[in-house]
Design a protein around this ligand. Structure first.
Ligand code: 5GP
Length: 202
């Protein structure tokens, strides 16, 4: 029964604007013994974002020093900014049996899902690119230039996932299309519960 104690690293990825953050917030109240990793980033702080809560906001220099010191489990560049998952936080949580949830972009998700045996990947897809564009505009957090970058990156990410699937790649174990928020939220919760109920790492 020892295998039941293996904590899971649940990696949620998908294009910016697909609704990853909203979906995660919607399922968290139904989950216990579970922590969400707070990433480091060099992106500027948006209105309402808190240091250490939404992100660890770092200068590029500080971030790159941590990269050199091997302090990130994964890291990637996105829209001209750097984002990374703190290794110590994830290791400490997993070693005490807590499941950890990461919300990260595709490049980082691939690094983790492909190399970490306790990681399970869930891809959140938008119904289509027009809806994604509408969501990015509606949330009013990004400049026009950022929206253009995020849409281009979304196309690349969706194509890459499609290519992986066609080639039999292993990256994501589950995919959820976030069309209707309530339904997608139910699907995410059920998926996480299934992953947690599985008693072996994949
Ligand atoms: P945003 O600027 O909208 O907060 O995030 C931009 C993208 O970076 C999103 O897709 C988000 O999931 C991703 N991201 C956030 N933290 C990390 C991280 O630690 N590593 C990686 N690879 N991506 C991250």
């Amino acid at each position: 029964m020892e295998s039941e104690l293996i904590a899971k690293l649940i990696v949620i990825s998908g294009p910016s604007g697909a609704g990853k953050g909203t979906l995660i917030k919607s399922v968290l109240p139904s989950l216990d013994n579970f922590v969400v990793s707070v990433s480091a980033t060099t992106r500027g702080r948006r209105a309402g974002e808190r240091q250490g809560v939404d992100y660890h906001f770092l200068s590029r220099r500080e971030f790159l020093r941590k990269v050199e010191e091997g302090l990130f489990l994964e890291w990637a560049e996105y829209g001209g900014n750097l984002y990374g998952t703190p290794r110590d936080f994830v290791d400490a949580a997993l070693s005490t049996g807590k499941d950890v949830l990461l919300e990260i972009e595709l490049e980082g998700a691939r690094q983790i899902v492909e190399h970490c045996p306790v990681a399970v990947g869930i891809f959140i897809a938008p119904p289509d690119l027009q809806i994604l564009e509408g969501r990015l505009r509606d949330r009013k957090t990004d400049s026009e230039a950022d929206i253009t970058l995020r849409l281009a990156r979304a196309c690349d990410e969706l194509e890459a996932v499609e290519r992986d699937r066609a080639e039999g790649g292993l990256c994501f174990d589950y995919a959820i299309v976030n069309d209707d928020l309530e339904q997608a939220s139910r699907e995410l919760l059920t998926t996480i519960q299934q992953i947690r109920a599985g008693n072996t790492a994949r």
